[in-house]
Design a protein around this ligand. Structure first.
Ligand SMILES: *[C@@H]1O[C@H](CO)[C@@H](O)[C@H](O)[C@H]1NC(C)=O
Length: 380
């Protein structure tokens, strides 16, 4: 074949006509219907080389739902008797010999809320323990969620995040027993789901609670932990530490445990025990004691000859993470060829006479820092 300039021009003209990929649009781009109603979308071809194949798909490439049908030429998509799960994006795909293009349409299906409780109940809980029930709802428009107690019109104070509304008791009491109702409401309707909470335990039995379930304190501080107990007769409060005796420097006055000048070894779980003739109740506080680093150099003095390898290790104890930084006394930077590692090593593969000096390691964490020195003497 002869590729003269004339043939090339002819081809580029023909190709631009014969090789035009489809251009499509969709009407409407968004349809909002009630549950049970129908919706239709029309895919229209603006241009492109014939023949053009039209096909409708779900945006996630899944098959069309059973209640969705397309017309004989593939241009019209009809979703009959729309269900909530039909909501989402649909795509019209147009293809011809030159290529393919797609256009998206969105279907919104308005529906009354559906509500789901976790756990579903009935809930049998021991008095004094924490309880929470999550209420989740789907619906279009997005429903508002409220909790009520059966027989009361008061809306309860709950924790709401995104589409979840949680009713919770840090410490549940016998009088909290009852039926609770989560109500979800939108323009399409109101849905209610009930859960029964049964608080088990003898009247008068102790219920203990602590001020904080977790605490983090800095070494050397004085710490107080408060324990409150209800019950009749009034329970007697004792404090203990899990798998260890209480720190030596402690006092207990009226349910309050005070630890003076805490050290790292005082970290652990502290238990408040409230006891009366009906039984006992325990509440826990987890305490972590944080401390600044204490750094040392290994070795702290070294004699080498030129060409030897220098290896220094900075060691530190204290609360993790600990960050190490090496420097050389009186200099801006470490000698060229010096390498440091995240775990506190300093390496120079072949030392020179000029590498002599005092090297400093600074170990730091969120509480503070500490430095350690190593003397390096290099002699021929
Ligand atoms: C709390 O007190 C009860 C009754 O005296 C006892 O059986 C239980 O072991 C105590 N718990 C702790 C953690 O000391």
């Amino acid at each position: 074949m002869d590729f003269s300039p004339g043939v090339l021009i002819l081809c580029s003209l023909l190709c631009s006509v014969a090789g035009q990929a489809p251009v499509v649009s969709v009407e409407p781009r968004t349809a909002t219907v009630r549950q049970g109603e129908s919706a239709s979308f029309r895919c229209q071809v603006a241009r492109g080389a014939q023949p053009i194949q039209l096909e409708w798909k779900r945006a996630n490439n899944q098959a069309l739902p059973a209640n969705a049908k397309t017309g004989p030429d593939g241009s019209v998509l009809t979703v009959a008797n729309a269900r909530p799960e039909n909501q989402g994006q649909y795509r019209c795909v147009a293809a011809n010999s030159a290529g393919r293009s797609t256009v998206a349409a969105a279907l919104n299906v308005k529906h009354a809320p559906k509500v789901h409780l976790t756990p579903a109940g009935p809930l049998r809980v021991r008095m004094g323990s924490p309880v929470s029930v999550e209420c989740r709802a789907t619906g279009r428009p997005r429903p508002t969620l409220t909790w009520k107690r059966q027989g009361s019109t008061l809306q309860l104070v709950t924790k709401e995040t995104n589409d979840v509304n949680t009713i919770q008791w840090p410490v549940v009491h016998p009088e909290d027993s009852g039926v609770y109702i989560c109500q979800a409401e939108n323009n399409e309707g109101v849905t209610e789901v009930k859960v029964e909470v049964i608080v088990e335990g003898q009247p008068g039995a102790p219920v203990a609670s602590v001020g904080a379930a977790e605490m983090t304190v800095v070494e050397g501080r004085t710490v107080t932990m408060e324990c409150q107990a209800s019950g009749s007769p009034l329970p007697v409060i004792t404090w203990s530490k899990l798998r260890a005796p209480l720190p030596w420097k402690h006092t207990v006055v009226g349910g309050v445990l005070t630890l003076t000048s805490v050290g790292r070894q005082d970290s652990g779980q502290y238990i408040c025990n409230a006891t009366n003739i009906h039984g006992y109740s325990e509440a826990y506080t987890q305490m972590e004691v944080e401390s600044p680093p204490y750094a040392t150099c290994l070795p702290d003095q070294v004699r080498l000859q030129p060409g030897d390898a220098l290896r220094l290790q900075c060691l530190a104890h204290g609360t993790h993470p600990i960050h190490f930084e090496w420097s050389r006394g009186g200099r801006v930077s470490l000698p060229p060829g010096a390498e440091t590692t995240r775990d506190g090593k300093l390496l120079i593969a072949h030392v020179k006479l000029s590498d002599s000096g005092t090297y400093k390691c600074v170990a730091s964490n969120q509480i503070g820092n500490s430095e350690a020195l190593a003397k390096v003497i290099i002699k021929a």
